[in-house]
Design a protein around this ligand. Sequence first.
Ligand SMILES: Nc1nc2c(ncn2[C@@H]2O[C@H](COP(=O)(O)OP(=O)(O)OP(=O)(O)O)[C@@H](O)[C@H]2O)c(=O)[nH]1
Ligand SMILES: [Mg+2]
Length: 169
Amino acid sequence: MPGDEDLTMRKIVLMGRSESGKTTLQQALKGEKIRYHKTQYVNNFDMVIDTPGEYAQTKGLGHALALYSYEADVVGLLIAATEPYSLFPPCITCMANREVIGIITKIDEPHANIARARHWLELTGCRKIFPICSKTGEGIAELIEYLREDGDIIPWLDEKEAETNKNLA
Ligand SMILES: Nc1nc2c(ncn2[C@@H]2O[C@H](COP(=O)(O)OP(=O)(O)OP(=O)(O)O)[C@@H](O)[C@H]2O)c(=O)[nH]1
Ligand SMILES: [Mg+2]
């Protein structure tokens, strides 16, 4: 198993209201077995920074965005496809000195409204938007591909795939 030094993907900070699926997405991105735990502090490890939902739910969002974007290469704003309203103010992306992308979670839910969540994320200023489901893994590969830079080694990739890539090189 390669060590941490091989983790060279662009670092993303995840922000969104409580229950929007940040921790579950972090686990899906890292290929971890999904388990539930409430986030009470900022988990900053590897290439994903997970923040508590409370950051997005207070008027301090802009400041939190500005602060944590310095720690990351990309900021991910999450909205679940089931959320009844958006907490993000319009044009908030200008607060971050980094690329800001939108992530629509829970697209597998029966009452998911992907178009509505997309519209809200567009209003924040996000240009690139990824619909995902952390439970089935839908859209996760596209997000990883976006975060990955040429020549990166993803340690948790299927060994067979890694072998194939090696043979092709
Ligand atoms: N159906 C479905 N449920 C999801 C998905 N992602 C997360 N969930 C569920 O949503 C709930 C909240 O997920 P978390 O990842 O803990 O949410 P969070 O944004 O980290 O919440 P805080 O830590 O409170 O800020 C959990 O019950 C997850 O199992 C998804 O893509 N689809
Ligand atoms: Mg969490």
